[in-house]
Design a protein around this ligand. Structure first.
Ligand code: ZN
Length: 404
């Protein structure tokens, strides 16, 4: 079967939402696509046997007035996407064509401390998610993210997420599904930043961009890379461990104030200057506690730091600024290597908006990246939890199609 395009998904979604059928004219009007595009998609779907056509009886005096009705040959079902960060989990339900029907609220958790045991939460997430929309037997695929490099449904390099080492996450998810769910459901496991890139490409600012990078700045720092329209995972599933590149001397020379680097060795690499240990949300929180234990001792939520910074707290602003400088310089090196069209910056720190984007732009300007016009976009602050779960939906749609 030919690969389905986004236009095809849109037409399939419209047909899935209108089981009584739609005419070609209806499809053109409701999709906003041109008639030639609609006709080409219909031909493709008919060739693949996915839709059929019924011609209504002619009414007197107005032959063929309503036009023939196009319908899906079978119910395409639904898919579930699950995003797990270090401290949260969120799930979404969509049609197999990728129309997102519902997202769960963001649940706080600790997947590092709890390890694979946290997969048991899935049972509580999926019930309410499907309610009123689909039954478990309508679900065609699940995709789930993990904040670690992934290969063969497991953590590719154990030191990056020790508590999950050796766990086959696909089997873990299958075991966690409640009674009544199909036992042979296709399940994909993917690195969370890779999912973020998939989400931005399908639903976000990277739509229709073939060469781009998605930088996720949350508890850790991750990267998803699209090259020639394909997600690049690397030879070992470990591409995009951007949090473990070394910060440059140029960046360190630009760091301001008394928030200096943390002396701890990186748990994964053993290095002292991994980007993640100096510029992630976790690092910002540690730097603030270190600089002023009296004020920041109980500060464990980056949301509070961002709120304080936006309200004018100088030390919080400085911590975010320094993170932006370090991240910006690291991105400049990345751009020299890959020359993408677009950089998308997301993750929880993107909620700081200008407090993060200004120093990143500053670093990129200083590194003269802007001179050849690579576009830089930031995920809007209200959507920072969406990139990865949307990507899980996009990945699950792919899986459902390949399994069909
Ligand atoms: Zn490291």
């Amino acid at each position: 079967m030919a690969p389905l395009t986004r236009n095809t998904d849109q037409i399939v979604d419209l047909l899935a939402s209108n089981p009584g059928g739609l005419t070609r004219k209806d499809l053109r009007e409701r999709s906003g696509l041109s008639m030639p595009t609609v006709l080409a998609v219909i031909e493709e779907l008919k060739r693949d046997g996915r839709i059929h056509e019924t011609t209504p009886p002619r009414t007197s005096g107005r032959p063929g007035r309503r036009g023939s009705q196009l319908m899906l040959s079978e119910a395409l079902g639904h898919v579930v996407g699950i995003d797990q960060g270090h401290h949260h989990v969120v799930a979404a339900l969509a049609t197999s064509g990728g129309h997102i029907l519902r997202r769960t609220p963001v649940h706080e958790t600790d997947i590092v401390g709890r390890g694979p045991q946290s997969l048991t939460d899935i049972a509580e997430l999926v019930g309410p998610l499907l309610k009123g929309h689909a039954s478990p037997t309508d679900v065609r695929a699940i995709a789930i993210g993990l904040p670690a490099p992934v290969r063969d449904a497991s953590v590719a390099l154990p030191q990056f997420l020790q508590s999950w080492a050796g766990t086959n996450v696909e089997e873990g998810v299958r075991a966690a599904l409640p009674n009544g769910w199909p036992r042979d459901l296709p399940i994909a496991v993917e690195n969370d930043a890779n999912l973020g890139a998939c989400g931005e490409r399908r639903y976000g600012v990277a739509r229709d961009v073939d060469d781009f990078v998605y930088v996720k700045v949350s508890s850790g720092i991750g990267l998803g890379v699209y090259l020639n329209g394909e997600l690049y995972r690397g030879a070992h599933g470990a591409a995009g461990e951007f949090g473990h590149v070394t910060t440059s001397a140029d960046a360190e020379n630009r760091i301001e104030g008394r928030l200096t680097k943390l002396p701890q060795e990186c748990r994964a690499c053993g290095k002292l200057n991994c980007l993640e240990n100096l510029a992630s949300c976790r690092a910002i929180l540690a730097q603030l506690r270190d600089a002023n234990p009296g004020t920041y001792r109980a500060t464990t939520d980056i949301g509070n730091v961002i709120d304080s910074a936006l309200a004018g707290d100088a030390l919080s602003r400085l911590a975010i600024h320094n993170a932006g400088i370090r991240i910006g310089y690291a991105i400049s090196d990345l751009l020299r290597v890959l020359d993408p069209q677009l950089v998308v910056v997301g993750g929880l720190l993107a909620r700081a908006e200008g407090l993060l984007s200004d120093p990143i732009h500053l670093a990129l300007d200083q590194a003269a990246v802007a001179t050849y016009g690579i576009q830089v976009e930031f995920v809007p602050k209200d959507l920072v939890y969406d990139s990865e779960v949307n990507g899980a939906i996009a990945r699950a749609c792919e899986l459902a199609r390949s399994a069909a």
